[in-house]
Design a protein around this ligand. Structure first.
Ligand code: IPM
Ligand code: MG
Length: 370
């Protein structure tokens, strides 16, 4: 069997230091479980701009399209804030999503028992929470045309972006949400602003049509995006799977991350369509950003990156039991009281990125031995 292939894109800020720890996890699977990956590394974001004058080279783009899965850590930083849109670090990430056609972004928000008190919400509101946000990732206002900033005859300027969705874009992401729901709590809540936006109204109508045709066994509800934002902090446990567009998904998933205590805990998977061989393009990345304020100081929480790799084991390589080892090791280490700064609580032991990773790797030995 040919080796499973991975492209690692550490990116900017804390990206390289959390990716370094994931490499150790990848090595662990080769050493301890005989699961080998062919690993290449590349540049994306500000570091690529510094080296090549573009946030993503064509060569790296081509490699991303060729491998089984891409792991990306984070892009961006104040250093590149004043570049034009096409040169900004974020443009590298958006190009990857678009050209790999990763239309479904899975952002699970799960509260570990050990972290119930790390959330700013009351423990009862978040204990046991396990929701999945399915965010549309290649359409909507992020990519809609026309877009741009133009000069007006009256001396003012105009900024334009376009929110646009076609039927097939709505159906394919809603399908992912319904399929996921069947394996979880069997509930989908679809969220848009159909009260003010035609694209939102179409979204709702098309989700209803697909549900009627193929997914009547799944419980479907609809919530306006503003109300969903409110309900996510009021009573998040009412949700199972939330499906929503690119922009609302961006916002709602940041909000959901804080239910879990820290954005440093949340992984994500961005998936394309399944091809004739049953394969799908995929990119895995933490929901958190590049955190330039703590970069290079061994302070970052590596857990979101680890859990993103666990999602890769599940979704790209069908290694469910192996993913369990990593996820259980993370949970056990949290139960022993180790915390990086972002999830620090009174009475716990504050540790660095590398000590957190050391502990999780040691715990993986124990979990695997059982
Ligand atoms: C995310 C990020 C990105 C987005 C940025 C970095 C372009 O916020 O993945 O949620 O807006 O999609
Ligand atoms: Mg975001």
């Amino acid at each position: 069997m040919s080796k499973r292939s991975l492209l690692l894109l550490p990116g900017d800020g804390i990206g390289p230091e959390v990716m370094r720890q994931v490499r150790r996890v990848i090595d662990w699977y080769a050493r301890k479980r005989g699961i080998e990956f062919a690993v290449e590394e590349g540049l994306v974001g500000g570091c690529s701009y510094d080296a090549h004058g573009t946030p993503l080279t064509d060569e790296t783009m081509a490699r991303a399209l060729a491998v089984d899965a891409v792991l990306l850590a984070a892009v961006g930083g104040p250093k590149w804030d004043n570049l034009g849109f096409d040169k900004r670090p974020e443009a590298g990430l958006l190009r990857l999503r678009k050209e790999m056609q990763l239309f479904a972004n899975l952002r699970p928000a799960k509260v570990f028992d050990a972290l119930v008190d790390a959330s700013t919400l009351k423990p009862d509101v978040v204990r046991g929470l396990d929701i999945m946000i399915v965010r549309e990732l290649t359409g909507g206002v992020y990519f809609g045309e026309p877009r741009g900033i133009t000069d007006l005859p009256n001396g003012e300027r105009r900024g334009v972006n376009t929110q646009v969705y076609d039927t097939h874009e709505i159906h394919r992401v809603a399908r992912v949400a319904f399929e996921l729901a069947r394996k979880r709590g069997n509930k989908v809540c679809s969220s848009e602003k159909g009260n003010v936006m035609e694209s939102g109204l179409l979204w709702r109508q098309e989700v209803i049509a697909l549900h009627k045709a193929e997914y009547q066994d799944v419980e479907l509800s609809h919530m306006l995006a503003d109300a969903a934002a409110m309900q996510l902090v009021r009573n998040p446990k009412q949700f199972d799977v939330i499906v929503t567009d690119n922009l609302f998904g961006d916002i709602l998933s940041d909000e959901a991350s804080m239910l879990t205590g820290s954005i440093g805990m949340l992984p994500s998977a961005s998936l394309g369509a399944t091809d004739a061989n049953g394969k799908r393009k995929a990119l895995y990345e933490p929901v958190h950003g590049s955190a330039p304020d703590i970069a290079g100081r061994d302070l970052a929480n590596p857990i979101a990156m680890f859990l993103s790799f666990a999602m890769a084991l599940r979704w790209s390589f069908d290694l469910q039991a192996e993913a369990d080892i990593l996820e259980n090791a993370v949970e056990n280490v949290l139960n022993t009281g180790l915390r990086t700064g972002d999830i620090m609580q009174p009475g716990m032991a504050r540790v660095s990125t590398s000590v957190m990773a050391d502990s999780i790797l040691r715990e993986m030995d124990k979990v695997a031995a059982v």
